[in-house]
Design a protein around this ligand. Sequence first.
Ligand code: 5AD
Ligand code: SF4
Length: 471
Amino acid sequence: MQKSVYIKTYGCQMNVYDSARMADVLAPRGYRQADGPEDADLVILNTCHIREKAAEKVYSELGRLKRIKQARRAAGKEATIAVAGCVAQAEGAEIRRRAPMVDLVFGPQTYHRLPELLAEARRAGSAIDQEFEADEKFDFLPEESACQGPAAFLTVQEGCDKFCTFCVVPYTRGAEYSRPAAAVIAEARRMVSGGTREITLLGQNVNAYAGEAPGGFEGGNGAGFGAGGTWRLGRLIRELAEIDGLDRIRYTTSHPRDMDDELIAAHADVPALMPYLHLPVQSGSDRILAAMNRKHTAADYRRTVDRLRTVRPDIALSSDFIVGFPGETDADFAATLKLVTEVGYAQAYSFKYSARPGTPAATAENRVPEAAKAGRLAALQQLLDAQQAAFNHSCIGCTMPVLLDRPGRKPGQMVGRSPWMQAVHVTAPPERFGSIADVAIDRATANSLAGRLPAADSGPPRAYAEGVGAA
Ligand code: 5AD
Ligand code: SF4
């Protein structure tokens, strides 16, 4: 019987990937994708617990879904409401207390069992199941997956063993687990044969990747080289770059401590590895970095950036920052501004510290007043926005290869992605969708670029201008 599912995704790219895999699990069971929750027999909220605001959004959405469920019941139709992701993992009981109409609550390691969990929930009311480990999840997810498009995500690693004192991830996503390299390569090959040209390797701590090396036989996984041992991310990237038709590789999110020599070397000599790296630093103050248990100093971070820029001078950097961590003084915050000024970012995310239940920092007494947090966030964002605008403006006049991966809002317009992760708007014929076009940049805004295809849009891309790096 045809059924429909609507999956709403919150939070990080891993959740985007997980939502796509949930759809893959459900598709062979007859679930097509619904346009909205009103039309869906099954609604799944794939949730994020990283900050309080993200978690609270789920409860307001559940209020809306309750009304939809009631309206569907009145019309004689069922609606199953499920909550997945990190809020489900962290506060399943709270969800069922605050929203008893929820039929099913399940954590990130159980998506491969979704059909069974749904059947159980229908029989017995709501259920929560957290007993499964990531390795099992990846063994049981279906090989068949819907094409994500020209630019796609591929999870290679999950979980985190770092235990930064502000962060829920080690609790919601569990211990670090790396998928075997052969499974990653096989999945990448399938994606490329489906039309994907850019793959972003995902992991909560992706550069902690340590996956089982492919076995020494030419076998069913299609990746028969090497023998035994473990591959780190640099090696994995090198091997993925050999896949014909895979033009671009990225990875996110990285920890500064795990930028090893092999990975830095990959930035030097794997042309498919894009010159952009999201490398969160969180703070520029060593005192705060220590209190956060980041296991690096500001100087360590700057050294890593220098090494990356030595091997790949045009690499653009992005970061995450937290302001108002407990105990942060004006001097600590000034150190953050100093680091930002010295490093120069092409883009970045910044957040006010949000106390997360169960994390060590949540019980700290030296909290920063809300007004100070807000003032610091505004000052930091002003600096980061100026750097981003300067970086984008420095691209005017360059010609750069752009992967045209989505339609634009205006007719005839397409949006693509530059090597440095900027969105690029361009007028292009529909048949160029999914290709890498050479675009001459003639305009820049705070967060995007616009340009045109050269008059004779054929032949190989011209070498693009040098000197495009972080501002
Ligand atoms: N408060 C504010 N920001 C947080 N982040 C993680 N936990 C918290 C928190 N408790 C931010 C970090 C991380 C990003 C994904 O979210 O900057 O890198
Ligand atoms: Fe959270 Fe990242 Fe720290 Fe792990 S390394 S605890 S995911 S902030």
